[in-house]
Structure formats: C-alpha cells, structure tokens
Write a protein that binds this ligand. Structure first.
Ligand code: AMO
Length: 441
C-alpha cells in the first residue's frame, strides 16, 4: 500500500472513549501489543494521543486479518463498542483492517511496557524510544513552553528575530568553537545569538527574542551539556540595570510554568511523579559571594574562587529551597574574571559584573546581564579580555552610532525541561542529541 487507499482517519485513538458507542470510525496507529485470550484477540493500538483496544472475535476473524508484529502500522475501520472493562470505557470492533507497514522483529528496544535498555541504546533507537508516551510527553511540554514564551513576549512588544548561525568570528568567548569550511575561508557555527540580539538593540528594534540552535564544541561528557542545543534568547532596551532583566525573566517564567502546569500538570505527575510548581515572586536573589559561601560551607572549597562548580550550584539550589521554599534562585553579580567582555561592570566595584545566573533545582538554566553599551568602555573591556579587536570590530561598530542601554538573557530550553521533570540527563529532554561522540540518528 502506498498511501491509505482512500481511507481517511476519523478519530485519534485517545478519543475512543465511553460516549462514542455505536460510532463508525477509521483509526490508525502502531500495534503496541496483541493478546490472545481464548477465542478472542485484543490488539492494543497506539498513537500520540493514547491507546485503544481493537477486539477480534473468533478464529475466522483472526485468520482473516492475520498477525501483526509489534509496532506495525495499521488502519482499522470499525464500530465503537462501549465496554466498562476497558480503561477508556470503549473498544473497536473492526469490519476491516489494513496493514500499512510491517515492523521487523525483534524490536531493537521494547516500546510497550517497561524498557530496560540503557540510555545510549535508547538514543541509538530514539525514534522508537519516543513512541513511549512518557518520552513523547516531553515534546508536548516543549511545544507549550515555546508557545507560552512567545505569547508573553509578543504581549510585551517583543519582535522575533532569526540570527545567522554561520559566523565570521566567534560569538562568545572564543573557546569551544566549531569551525566550518566556508568557500575560501573559515566560518564558525554560532555559539549564541549574543552579538545579533544586541545588533537588534542598535537597530532600534527595542525588544527582541529568538529560539534557535546554537553550537558549542564542549569537549566534556556531562548530563547537562550538548554540542548543539536550543537556545532561548531575549534582549531589551531602556533598562536601568540587570535587575530589570531579572524582573522581566521571573514574570515571563511564571507565565510559562503556569501554562505547563494547567496543560500538562496531571500527566506530568502521573508519568514523572513530580509536581510542576509555579514560582512565587520575587524569586530569591543572592550575590555570587553569598552563593560561594553556601557552597564552601556545605562541601568545602571546590573549583576556583571566582566560580561555582556544578556541585556548588546543586548545594545553593537545595539550601535556598529549604530556606525560602523556592526551586529557583538568582545568583547575581558574578566576578568580572568569569564573565564575557560584553557584560557591564558595577560602577562602584568593577571587579563585579551586572550579570546573573538563574538556578533551577540546582542547575544553571540562564545567564543574563546588562550589556556594556558605551563604545570606549566596550573596547577597553575587549582588550582587557585579550580579544582581537579586529575580529569583534563588526560587533563593536554597532555601538558607534547611538545605542540605548540594554540587557537580556540566554536560556537553555532542554535544561529547563530536564530540571522541571527531574530527569537525570539532558539527553532525555532533547529530540536527537548531539555530543562529542554522537552524530546519529
Ligand atoms: P551561556 O553560555 O551561559 O550564556 O548559555 C546560556 C544558557 O544556555 C544553556 N547552555 C547549555 N545547554 C545545553 N548544552 C550546553 N552545552 C549549554 N551551554 C549553555 C544554559 C545556560 O544558562 N550569550 C549568553 C547569554 C546572555 O547573556 O544573554 C550565553 O550564551 O541553560
């Protein structure tokens, strides 16, 4: 069969419920399981909305329709019959079944029921792994998250931009870069839309956002870093300081968490065993020094004095949650030595930036700051960080012809999902993950 030979789907499988009794339907999906009990055969058919049971009665009918291997794709024409013994309250009695594509056996990983496969094997067969409702839920949540983000931004006068991913110069610190052959010279994959969201401020667009891919040649294998991930970025003009950016972010986040809770809260509790908690505002704010003290007290001195380790972030998250009952905490005013050249420094203490991180359940999900918009100061800071002025000239030129004070943040989409669902690994929150070793599927 090439197409569906004229059959049109009338219902999704999740709709086959009590109340639909007597209705003629055509449904389509994956054969999750076939069970024979006496003279009856039950086919559990699944799609993105759920499962429905198809009932074959008697040897003749079973022989007429034949066997279907697990995960084969079939179309079923039939009548809905109410049956209180089925969880959904109804099943389908078929008049015709068409095999659309047959699945090979055995399946490389189990789709229906428990899977014991290791994460790496699951990722090798990610398209089968995502057929599991618990894993598919991630993408329903992701869709809601992005919609809610856009909803809030657009209501607040933001414009959406699409910045280039092929760059003539590094877009962040210059480390962890992917060079690509670009005709007769080298280009770099964008590590962040940073320079371009600031270009939008210099172009007078006032407030912008972007949701798009970024690339980092992270040489490490961790549960929170990919070599490609979806970055959520925003930039706003006419701010007084980084406090304005944090205030915007927390209100935006409340809107997003509310939408996720109202749309998927129940399913998340059922499948992941966690409650989505909409943060109470204001989200607690602590200084980098306070965070470092908390970390030092709990786990001793780890890492450099001017940085918070992953373990340090975890401890800070836990401590604030215990003390203030908040899963989120802003850590602000990071040392200048740890932050990029475009962060603005505090007037009264230039060793500290007007930058911040947001930690969610012990993992950083955001970096934001007020940017240095004064041309001379920016040049001075780039020099101080040892950057080649030539390579960032295209960017520093943005600041020569009038620019509003501005700031913004970058936010890891998959980190948010991982932390929200209490997942162990960011790979589970990503459609098709990329790391040092993985370029397939
Ligand atoms: P930063 O480099 O901190 O800041 O990145 C912003 C956020 O992106 C997420 N993130 C990652 N997620 C998955 N894999 C990775 N390798 C990875 N690296 C970072 C984190 C992080 O908080 N231009 C600045 C942002 C800004 O100031 O506007 C930047 O990119 O959630």
């Amino acid at each position: 069969m090439v197409g569906l030979d004229g059959w049109k789907r009338t219902n999704m499988l999740g709709e086959i419920k009590k109340g639909l009794g007597g209705r003629e339907v055509i449904v389509m999906g994956f054969v999750r399981e076939t069970r024979d009990i006496g003279k009856l055969r039950f086919i559990i058919l699944g799609d993105i909305t759920g499962n429905a049971q198809v009932l074959l009665k008697g040897k003749e009918e079973i022989a007429r329709f034949g066997d279907f291997t697990k995960e084969s794709v079939i179309a079923v024409k039939g009548t809905v019959k109410e049956n209180l013994e089925v969880v959904s309250g109804a099943e389908i009695v078929p008049s015709d079944i068409r095999l659309i594509t047959k699945a090979e056996t055995p399946l490389p990983i189990q789709v229906y029921g428990r899977t014991d496969a290791l994460l790496d094997t699951r990722l090798d067969w990610r398209f089968l792994d995502i057929r599991k409702p618990k894993n598919a839920l991630v993408f329903k949540i992701e869709t809601t998250i992005e919609m809610a983000m856009r909803e809030y931004w657009i209501k607040n006068g933001f414009l959406e931009i699409h910045s280039p991913k092929l760059m003539g110069a590094p877009s962040e610190t210059g480390a962890d870069l992917f060079p690509v052959v670009h005709f007769d010279r080298t280009a770099y994959l964008a590590q962040s839309p940073q320079f371009y969201k600031q270009m939008a401020m210099c172009a007078g667009l006032d407030r912008v956002f972007e949701i798009g891919p970024v690339f980092r040649a992270e040489p490490s294998n961790t549960t929170r870093h990919g070599t490609e991930y979806t970055s959520i970025d925003m930039e706003m003009s006419w701010i007084e300081s980084h406090e304005d950016v944090m205030e915007f972010e927390e209100r935006w986040l409340v809107h997003v968490m509310k939408r996720v809770k109202e749309t998927h809260g129940e399913e998340i509790r059922k499948m992941y065993g966690v409650d989505v908690i909409v943060p109470k505002l204001p989200i607690p704010r602590i200084s980098f020094n306070e965070a470092k003290n908390i970390s030092n007290k709990a786990i001793g001195k780890t890492g450099a004095d001017d940085d918070l380790t992953d373990e340090g972030e975890r401890v800070v998250g836990e401590t604030i949650n215990r003390k203030d009952g908040s899963e989120f905490v802003f850590v602000k005013e990071y040392p200048w030595s740890k932050k990029p050249f475009y962060h603005m420094r505090k007037e009264d203490d230039p060793s500290v930036t007007k930058g911040y991180d947001l930690i969610f359940n012990g993992v950083e999900i955001t970096t934001g700051s007020q940017r240095e918009h004064r041309y001379e100061v920016l040049i001075h800071q780039a020099k101080e960080k040892g950057l080649s002025l030539e390579s960032v000239k295209f960017y520093t030129d943005f600041f020569k012809y009038g620019v509003p004070p501005h700031g913004g943040f970058g936010f890891g989409l998959t980190r948010l999902i991982k932390q929200m669902l209490h997942m162990e690994n960011i790979r589970e929150a990503t459609f098709a993950f990329r790391d040092m070793k993985r370029l397939f599927p």
